[in-house]
Design a protein. Structure first.
Length: 571
């Protein structure tokens, strides 16, 4: 397939990220001798500056890391919990079972702890070194890009609700125009304060320095400012919540596809959707169906709908709910789910979940069917790295800035990811103190013969695993190269309740990009899909970044999605 960009080939190291400045930040660290974790953290922190509409330094940052020396895959959740004072009854009794915008949806910020924990355990550099590019971009500014300009303009009324947010995102009282310099001095000062606190402890060792940077955020002036704002505005987050927080090392979920081992994050996020859907289609002759043929799109879509039904029924923080992962990811269960696909008819809405607990299954209350166009927000970005040692890094940092205020003087919007909890106590992802929301951010990483083979991921909320599955199948079923697999026309179903409040539900909705032939859309409509059309290279279809290692040739192939501002660099 002809592509808009070439696949980038490298022999030493490569990085692909959701913005070219973030990719450059990571690449600079690699060139300076840093490893994949150093570079990935640098790029991830930079994304929290150049994509601060979609990614906040005080947001979330789940990651999957492959350690070549130990041949080990680890995940860091990078996801905060609800404060101890949080109450589902407040949402039910005072807000009609809805989650209003503002600080009540705030969970404990996790990304700073995640970045610092990854550096401490698996990196080689200091926080000040890896944050240098982000500090410069925040302090000196960067030219406003089209995606961020469109987002701010579309949400300008949301930003105006809070003077602290309007001062940053609506400079001169209006949304910034493409090409204008966008400066975030408070954010630069926050990052610099952490770097300075680290430097003050440098003589005591690298670990002590990183812990000092962490304390600066979670116990020092930054935490005090966040807690004070919440106290003054009837929020739940306290200094004790901040000081007591730590990220969790979580076991990855795993499945096999041929000789490829695919790893993803656990059911505290939607990570298992990708391996579940892959298991469902793995025994089908997808190649014989034809790439993006009506029957291929129908089959993959129905498999995804089955996985999303299980997500809604079973996924949640495993510390609070029983998640039958051993059943959900086993071959026998996948075969049963595969048998539920009708090749002649689309499920009219979200299918019934499988009986993975052996005790019957139910949804809880489903939201009413939504009408009109789906309003999926571009809430997330992504970065992946492979270094010269064979280590790999995959992370999906996130948290938009329009639904919760900037804490004055900090440049930070503490994580509003509580929006991905539910106010229905019957559901596994319901709000509870100390519980993690069911996150959409879901990076992945594949190994081949025990070595790093393919870190990959995407923004896109519920579209993330859908875009990632299609790219994976483009690579490994249809033999495309990395860039072609990313650029190939895409589709996405919305036939399930959305993860983010207000949890819109579009039964049978199936969106297709414009390069898919109209005749294909008509055939899918005859199968019962509610076909809607996207423009070509639509940002709502996800923005996959990926790096594929070829150990036989000793090369790396990096791809980046032109649907957004993604870029890859390598050497």
């Amino acid at each position: 397939m002809a592509t808009y960009r070439p696949t980038l080939s490298a022999t030493r190291h490569a990085v692909s990220a959701g913005h070219h400045a973030a990719a450059h930040a990571g690449f600079t660290i690699l060139e300076a001798g840093g490893n994949a974790v150093d570079a990935g953290v640098a790029a991830g922190i930079a994304l929290g500056v150049v994509h601060t509409d979609l990614v906040n330094f005080a947001g979330v940052a789940p990651m999957v890391i492959y350690r070549a020396e130990r041949r080990e895959v680890v995940t860091i959740d990078g996801l905060g919990t609800w404060p101890r004072a949080a109450s589902i009854d407040v949402f039910i009794e005072r807000h009609g079972g809805k989650m209003p915008p503002g600080i009540l949806r705030t969970v404990i910020p996790a990304a700073p702890c995640a970045w610092l924990t990854a550096l401490e355990h698996f990196g080689t550099m200091s926080f000040g070194e890896v944050a240098q590019a982000a500090i410069r971009l925040a302090r000196d500014g960067f030219p406003m890009h089209w995606l961020m300009a469109e987002f701010i303009a579309a949400h300008q009324d949301d930003y105006r609700r809070w003077p602290s947010s309007a001062a940053v995102f609506l400079p001169n009282g209006r949304p910034p125009a493409v090409g204008e310099l966008f400066v975030q001095r408070d954010l630069a000062r926050t990052l610099q304060y952490m770097a300075d606190q680290e430097a003050a402890q440098r003589q005591r060792g690298r670990g002590e320095g990183l812990r000092a940077a962490r304390d600066a955020f979670y116990r020092g002036d930054i935490a005090a400012a966040i807690a004070r704002y919440h106290r003054e505005h009837e929020g739940w987050l306290t200094l004790e919540d901040m000081a007591g927080y730590d990220v969790r090392f979580e076991p990855p979920v795993h499945t096999r596809f041929g000789e490829i081992d695919l790893y993803a994050c656990g059911p505290w996020c939607q990570g298992p959707v990708l391996p579940q859907a892959l298991n469902i289609v793995s025994d089908l002759d997808l190649r014989a169906l034809g790439h993006n043929s009506p029957q291929y799109i129908h089959t993959v879509t129905e498999a995804l709908k089955l996985a999303f039904a299980d997500r809604h029924r079973y996924y949640g923080d495993p510390r609070f709910v029983q998640v039958p992962l051993d059943v959900l990811l086993c071959g026998a269960y996948a075969a049963k789910r595969r048998g539920a696909i009708d090749p002649q008819r689309a499920a009219p809405g979200m299918p019934e979940p499988g009986d993975a607990l052996g005790s019957g299954a139910s949804f809880g209350a489903l939201p009413a069917a939504a009408r009109g166009a789906s309003s999926q927000e571009p809430d997330t970005s992504y970065v992946c790295v492979i270094d010269r040692h064979g280590n790999a890094f995959s992370a999906t940092p996130s948290d938009a800035s329009s639904a919760t205020p900037i804490i004055p003087g900090t440049g930070l919007c503490p994580s509003s990811r509580g929006s991905q909890s539910w106010c229905d106590p019957a559901l596994p992802a319901a709000v509870a103190p100390g519980k993690r929301p069911r996150l959409t951010c879901s990076p992945a990483l594949a190994l081949r013969r025990g070595k790093a083979f393919l870190p990959f991921g995407s923004p896109g909320n519920d579209v993330q695993p859908q875009a990632m599955l299609q790219v994976f199948l483009n690579l490994h079923v249809f033999g495309m190269d990395v860039q072609a697999s990313i650029e190939a026309p895409r589709f996405a179903t919305y036939s399930f309740p959305a993860s983010s409040a207000p949890h819109a539900y579009y039964p049978a909705r199936l969106n297709l990009e414009a390069r898919i032939p109209r005749a294909t859309g008509e055939a899918l409509a005859r199968l019962g899909h509610d076909v809607q059309w996207w423009p070509d290279l639509e940002w709502r279809a996800g923005a996959v970044c990926a790096i594929r290692a070829d150990p036989e040739r000793g090369t790396l192939e990096a791809g980046a999605d032109p649907r957004r501002l993604c870029y890859a660099l390598g050497w």
